[in-house]
Design a protein around this ligand. Structure first.
Ligand SMILES: Nc1nc2c(c(=O)[nH]1)N[C@H]1C(S)=C(S)[C@@H](COP(=O)(O)OP(=O)(O)OC[C@H]3O[C@@H](n4cnc5c(=O)[nH]c(N)nc54)[C@H](O)[C@@H]3O)O[C@H]1N2
Ligand SMILES: Nc1nc2c(c(=O)[nH]1)N[C@H]1C(S)=C(S)[C@@H](COP(=O)(O)OP(=O)(O)OC[C@H]3O[C@@H](n4cnc5c(=O)[nH]c(N)nc54)[C@H](O)[C@@H]3O)O[C@H]1N2
Ligand code: SF4
Ligand SMILES: [Mo]
Length: 693
């Protein structure tokens, strides 16, 4: 007997489609995975997608509601779990006010769940405190895109245009390990003659395909972009008609650039002067060009401004809104894009509307059937919510789709806060490190069992239909929200019988907003190969390339702004002499809750490591493949040394996929970008020593 499951990978933002074939022989199940042709991945799958069935079908799944009694989880009925949640929420809100409850969502959730979670916070609980893990992921690029262009959509062009581009700058993005199925777009562009520049403190698998690798000092991208702008302006590579017709602020940028000395930039960024000159010249000379940024540039205390400076380069050279020319923030999570559009962010309402905008509040209140004045105001960002948890201003937390004690910066502090909560509910399919601290865990359907839409890195909305029934006692995220809303007396506001019902409401809620999904329906998604937003009407094809004629800002023009050279807030010093940067490896995903459950992926890499340059290692008497202590002002971890000349001598790198004694976020700093509240995950100061000296 064999069963075929059509699905979509639950991991990264490419959203590759696949078929999982389950075979049973003599009572033993075996699985085959076949990639399925689709526009983004063109029928490719990476190793994570190939093995994504393993965690979903794992025996370690949580399959019934659990309640903590005397420090142990015991199975309870849904009724019991719900009753406890509702009475705890009611009691705490009576005693401490509506804002004593915080909600924390994630970018793996479908659009429907993200929408329902935002609505649940605002109208079922009436709290202003809701935010999500995308704050750590997309917020810097989102802020930069909104400010410069008036819209935040990951890629401003379809992926296929990468092939047509003549010059590509990949800044702080490791596509080869993080969106591997996109690699052929870049290798094809190169085969077509494109010049490829990679900016990264490490010579990554992505840098291997570059024509020019700029091995920047961590945190110095804004300054490096100033250097590139200087070369572009002085080389006469600016597109004057474009600047005059389509932008504002260029004169201020130009004045600022005059004060920049390229030798200083080479000095502070650690990138040789000749390389800065070549990169600027190549990009300036090319007939078309794209710049892609990801977390290397963005997870900085000036991440949003650093991105704006890369956008300045695109605007100065007129390389946007044209074939093969545009910007891309390479979105991370499966629904990293849609997850930031429909209201699980502290300052946001569906359709990318703003919670502090009176017209937007009125519109959404109309869709929801509530009074605008009853919708709470803006809350605070993810890490700031954790500060409020620590200060016991937030007394209860409802967590859906994240593992914050591993993924937040300054993780020791965050864990301490969560342990102080009066009441904590986690909705998950696995015992994440954070869920283990909960009073109640609600068992949730996996991607194989859950229907909903996901919006990929291009802004293309895709329908992922349930491929198998959920285990008997497991519920959908949105079902839990509807059930609880009913028990909180808001049944009429959550009348949904299916994900499609929620999508139908989302369509109306997003109508006329920046992220307009009104023209998208499940029927259309079944027939078409995903639809790009904005899609304002049923006969609209969806917009593949943005900004061809204008920018969605009040004056129709893109805004340029001078960006000062920025230095990381935490500088290296005698006690902490090395820069620490953090990131990912091919075979694991985020905090590893899911990929550690996959025997195949786990076998590839079962523990963390620290990349360190052999010269640096020698001076610290660290040999290869030995346990070392890495310490910052906030904590200490133990990982295995990996000596490699691919990293800068002044920098070490540790991946983020492990918990406990290998949780890198015990070291990272809580300093946030003031504009978007993104933490500076990508640079802090550390020391390293052998574990046994
Ligand atoms: N295998 C795998 N793939 C994933 C994920 C995963 O966990 N595993 N997660 C998904 C998610 S949610 C996300 S957000 C994306 C992340 O995708 P990426 O942002 O591409 O991944 P990272 O490894 O975090 O960082 C990218 C690169 O930034 C470099 N870097 C560090 N500091 C700096 C700096 O100061 N400047 C510059 N220019 N570069 C710097 C790092 O060396 C690293 O190679 O990946 C998605 N895909
Ligand atoms: N040092 C450092 N820290 C980082 C980063 C970094 O580069 N460096 N990157 C940051 C980034 S970009 C991100 S995106 C965050 C991510 O960090 P987290 O938000 O902690 O992400 P995950 O590890 O994916 O945790 C997701 C949890 O949700 C569960 N889950 C998955 N799908 C569903 C679902 O459909 N419903 C429900 N209810 N649960 C589900 C999983 O089982 C898992 O327990 O980490 C950030 N932290
Ligand atoms: S992890 Fe990303 S690239 Fe790999 S199969 Fe899944 S969606 Fe595709
Ligand atoms: Mo992310």
């Amino acid at each position: 007997m064999s069963v075929s499951m059509e699905t979509q990978c639950p991991f990264c933002s490419v959203q590759c489609k696949m078929t999982i074939i389950e075979k049973h022989q003599s009572g033993v199940a075996s699985y085959e995975v076949e990639p399925k042709p689709n526009a983004a991945s063109e029928g490719r799958l990476c190793i994570k997608g190939m093995n994504a069935y393993q965690h979903a079908l794992s025996e370690e799944r949580i399959t019934e509601p659990l309640m903590k009694q005397n420090g142990q989880f015991v199975p309870v009925s849904w009724e019991e779990a719900y009753e406890r949640i509702v009475s705890a929420f009611n009691e705490l809100q009576q005693e401490y006010g509506p804002d004593s409850i915080g909600l924390y969502g994630g970018g793996s959730l479908t659009n429907e769940t993200s929408y329902a979670l935002g609505k649940f916070a605002r109208v079922a609980l009436g709290t202003k405190y809701i935010d999500y893990n995308g704050r750590f992921c997309m917020s810097a690029a989102a802020t930069a895109g909104n400010q410069a262009f008036g819209v935040d959509r990951g890629l401003t062009n379809a992926l296929s245009e990468i092939r047509e581009s003549n010059c590509l700058i990949l800044a702080g993005t490791n596509i080869a390990e993080c969106q591997p199925t996109l690699m052929p777009y870049f290798t094809d562009a190169k085969a077509n003659g494109a010049f490829l520049i990679v900016i990264d403190p490490r010579f990554t698998a992505t840098a291997e395909m570059a024509d020019l690798h700029l091995k920047v000092k961590p945190g110095m991208d804004a300054a490096l972009a100033n250097g590139l702008l200087k070369v572009i302006v002085e080389g006469g590579y600016t597109d004057e008609p474009f600047l005059a017709d389509r932008t504002t602020g260029f004169q201020e940028v130009k004045d600022h650039i005059e004060s920049i000395d390229l030798k200083d930039i080479a000095e502070i960024t650690g990138v040789p002067l000749d390389d800065i000159q070549e990169a600027g010249r190549r990009f300036g000379e090319a007939a078309s060009g794209m710049i892609l940024t990801a977390r290397g540039v963005e997870q900085q205390t000036d991440g949003s401004m650093a991105v704006r400076n890369f956008i300045n380069i695109l605007l100065a050279t007129g390389k946007i809104g044209k074939p093969g020319s545009g910007y891309g923030a390479v979105t991370g999570q499966a629904n990293g894009q849609g997850g930031r559009e429909h209201g699980q962010k502290a300052d946001q309402l569906p359709g990318y509307r703003l919670i502090e905008n009176e017209e937007h509040r009125e519109y959404i209140a109309g869709v929801w059937g509530v009074k605008a004045e009853d919708i709470p105001r803006k809350g605070v960002s993810a890490y700031e919510m954790m500060e409020k948890v620590h200060a016991q201003e937030i007394r209860a937390l409802f967590l859906m789709g994240s593992n914050p004690i591993v993924s937040n910066p300054n993780a020791n502090f965050v864990e301490e806060g969560i342990r102080k909560l009066d009441f904590f509910v986690a909705a998950d399919m696995h015992f994440s490190e954070t869920a283990q601290l909960a009073d109640i865990i609600l068992p949730i359907a996996s991607y194989l069992e859950n229907t909903g839409t996901m919006t990929n890195l291009e802004g293309r909305v895709l329908l992922r239909e349930a491929a198998r029934p959920a285990p008997a006692d497991v519920k959908q995220d949105w079902e839990v929200l509807s059930d609880l809303a009913a028990l909180l007396g808001k049944e009429t506001l959550f009348p949904y019988k299916s994900a499609e019902d929620i999508f139908e409401e989302l369509r109306r809620a997003s109508r006329g907003g920046i992220a307009d999904y009104f023209g998208i329906t499940y029927d259309r998604l079944r027939k078409e190969e995903g639809i790009y937003w904005p899609c304002p009407s049923l006969d609209h094809p969806g917009e593949k390339r943005l900004f061809q004629a204008s920018f969605p800002r009040p004056d129709g023009k893109a805004a340029m702004i001078p960006v000062p050279n920025h230095f990381p807030k935490e500088q290296v010093e005698a006690d902490y002499p090395l820069h620490l940067t953090t990131g990912r490896v091919l075979g694991h995903y985020l905090t590893g809750v899911q990929t550690h459950k996959s025997p195949t992926l786990e076998a590839r890499q079962f523990e963390s490591f620290v990349e360190i340059h052999p010269k640096t290692a020698r001076s610290l008497r660290i040999s290869d493949d030995t346990l070392v202590k890495v310490r910052s002002r906030r904590g200490e971890i133990v990982v295995r040394s990996k000596l490699t000349a691919s990293i800068r001598e002044d920098t070490v790198f540790v991946p983020m996929h492990w918990d406990g004694i290998q949780n890198i976020n015990k070291l990272t700093s809580e300093e946030l970008d003031p504009a978007c509240k993104m933490p500076g995950f990508k640079v802090c100061a550390v020391s390293i020593a052998p574990l046994i000296s």
